[in-house]
Design a binder for this molecule. Sequence first.
Ligand code: ZN
Length: 220
Amino acid sequence: MNVKVRWLQGRRIRCAHCKEAFVYLHEGTETFETYGVSLVSSDEGMQKEISKQARKRFAKKIQKTKVGRGLCPGCRRYQSWMVWESRANSVIAWGLGAMGVSVVFGIFLIVMPPWAQEPGFRLGTVAVLLGTGIVVGWRRAIPAGVVPKRVDPFSITDEEFRGLLDHSRRADADPLTEWYFSARESAPGNAVLLSVGCKDYTGEEFFPPKWSSETVMGSL
Ligand SMILES: [Zn+2]
């Protein structure tokens, strides 16, 4: 049986541009397999099995720095590593798309007039397609400069995070799932929402121990 998990982690980093610290919500999806035969294995047994797998996988994930994406609430810029990651993904996606179109173009050559069969025209068309794909990919990536009008509800200041903690304490709820639902209407389709806690990558231990990734994962 497969169980899909949408996991949430709060990450605090210091902006390389304005030197302010901020917290952003990092999300991911993981699929867990349970090997027990569902008829005979109890729900509790299955839960334990998933928890064991989850702890192992997330322990590695939370050690990784420079992942996810959040707009700095102080200077309204993305970190350069976020921009480069976005550019790489976008250029690869659009480049592959352009290659797909080139293949289709190649297939249709058979029914085209002789001048279209010329190597110069063929190569030129493929070059234009690929070039366009790369340029479009680059331009569709997140921008390196200031984006004053962009709203990122999942990237907030220390002060706002403290407000979120107060709110979740009153609601007796997990702050990350509260955060998630403050900007999203519903849970992700057919996935279980799981908070894996918060980690301060500035080394300042900003988060209360109760909500640290180490504590939350330990109690999974
Ligand atoms: Zn900043």
